[in-house]
Design a binder for this molecule. Structure first.
Ligand SMILES: Nc1ncnc2c1ncn2[C@@H]1O[C@H](COP(=O)(O)OP(=O)(O)O)[C@@H](O)[C@H]1O
Ligand SMILES: N[C@@H](CC(=O)OP(=O)(O)O)C(=O)O
Length: 415
């Protein structure tokens, strides 16, 4: 059972989470619960670091950021003990979560769950601080924003749990962010394939890595409300998903930034140099566009997007490379957004991209970059146009609570 920041934001909510955990135990389950930091705690810790330094040391950042989750777990253990059950809180390190050494974005390498299993065998409820681990160099690491979801899925895999329940402030995964589209529809079941595309394009209800981990280890996720006891959304393997709508969801992100290298010499290896440097700096590059100059000797333009938080590092990384390659200039636009539509059914259905572009044109929204996968179409647009774009696409594809869903099996839609 994983409780997100909004589900443990204050004493009352934390006590509610404690009661929920105890109820699961009293139903005869052995329970491992992963808790996030309370409310906006992690943002506040990031703010404290910014007051100290423009470029905080990543190792020290992890020492700082990992504290929020420890507070939640210790407090929750106290509440559970008062309810007459025995609980033990553990840091990520104590819980055996071993990661690589990539501070602030570490990846889980191994979960040594012996201590958790022993505590469960002793009848205890185990509370694990989310979003953190210990590196192979014995330092505290964090797993990237939203990383408690990944902690939960990794522990579910390690203890061979029946299900990984992700408790949050909405009642499941919706056809769009319900905060932007009030008539968004709750989805009963989503395949890993679709959820991966949704998470990677901004549906922060589940962290991308948690979905990758769940797919790789075949962990069943049940994403549900921490405030009401109703069934939420199951994220499961393709074979368990019954319906294959043409479009499943509209997703968005407003924290993109675009970098353009203007005047890149048209020579073999230029792109490799640029993107290897960005990879070494751990910058998460999303969309990439490069045009091939039509005439001999002309220069190319390479544009790509990164999360806004990676912009400074990306720019600093590229400056020496650009000088070395003889690039004319680097242009940065920090306020970009992205809107995407996701649906396994679009694989075999022509005209979806055309409809997306038409809808955005009717809204007078300029598309700056486009990328596609077999089941996703993404458009980079101005960040302030994102809510209008999401609502327009959600309406045009009739995804709302009363909407029409095409339910032909994959591969059998009209071509
Ligand atoms: N397609 C979607 N379905 C459900 N929630 C979404 C979707 N897209 C974005 N969200 C947002 O994700 C939020 C939950 O994620 P998050 O704030 O990280 O929760 P937690 O603190 O529980 O981890 C919701 O409040 C909702 O606004
Ligand atoms: N507290 C961390 C980790 C996390 O997973 O949080 P949440 O479950 O509230 O998204 C963050 O804010 O990124």
């Amino acid at each position: 059972m994983k409780f997100g920041g909004s589900s443990v934001a204050d004493a009352e909510r934390l006590k509610r989470a404690a009661r929920r955990i105890v109820a699961a135990r009293e139903d005869g389950n052995r329970v491992v619960a992963v808790l996030s930091a309370r409310g906006k705690t992690t943002d506040e810790l990031v703010g404290l670091a910014a007051e100290m330094s423009d470029a905080p040391d990543p190792r020290e950042m992890d020492m700082l950021l990992s504290t929020g989750e420890r507070i939640s777990c210790a407090l929750c253990a106290m509440a559970i003990n008062d309810l007459g059950h025995r609980a033990i809180s553990l840091t990520g390190s104590q819980a055996g979560i071993v990661t690589d050494t990539s501070h602030t974005k570490a990846r889980i390498l191994d979960v040594r769950a012996d201590r958790i299993k022993t505590a469960l065998d002793e009848g205890q409820i185990v509370l694990v601080a989310g979003f953190q681990g210990v590196s192979t160099s014995h330092d505290v690491t964090t797993l990237g924003r939203g990383g408690s979801d990944t902690t939960a899925v990794a522990l579910a895999a390690a203890v061979d749990a029946d299900v990984c329940e992700i408790y949050t402030d909405v009642s499941g995964v919706f056809s769009a962010d319900p905060r932007i589209v009030p008539d968004a529809r709750k989805l009963d079941v989503v395949s890993f394939e679709e959820m991966l595309e949704m998470a990677s394009s901004g549906a922060k209800v589940l962290q991308l890595r948690s979905v990758e981990y769940a797919r790789n280890h075949d962990v069943r996720i049940h994403c549900r409300s921490s405030f009401e006891d109703v069934t939420g959304t199951f994220v499961v393997g393709e074979q368990e998903t019954m319906e294959h709508p043409l479009i499943t969801a509209v997703t968005h992100s407003t924290d993109e930034a675009r970098l353009s290298l203007v005047g890149v010499p048209d020579e073999i290896g230029a792109a490799a140099k640029i993107f290897t440097a960005l990879a070494d700096a751990n910058c998460n590059v999303d969309m990439i566009i490069q045009n091939e100059p039509l005439e001999e000797g002309r220069k190319a333009e390479v544009s790509f997007t990164v999360p806004r938080g990676d912009l400074r590092v990306a720019r600093e990384t590229l400056e020496p490379i650009a000088a070395e390659l003889g690039v004319d200039s680097i242009d940065a636009v920090p306020e970009m957004g992205k809107v995407s539509i996701v649906g396994a059914g679009m694989k075999s259905h022509p005209g979806v991209a055309a409809k997306v572009f038409q809808v955005l044109a009717e809204e007078r929204i300029n598309i700056e970059m486009i990328s596609t996968s077999p089941i996703k179409i993404s458009c980079v647009i101005a960040a302030d146009k994102v809510p209008d774009a999401v609502r327009a696409l959600h309406g045009a594809f009739e995804l709302g609570a009363g909407g029409i869903q095409a339910e032909a099996p994959i591969g059998e839609q009209a071509r």
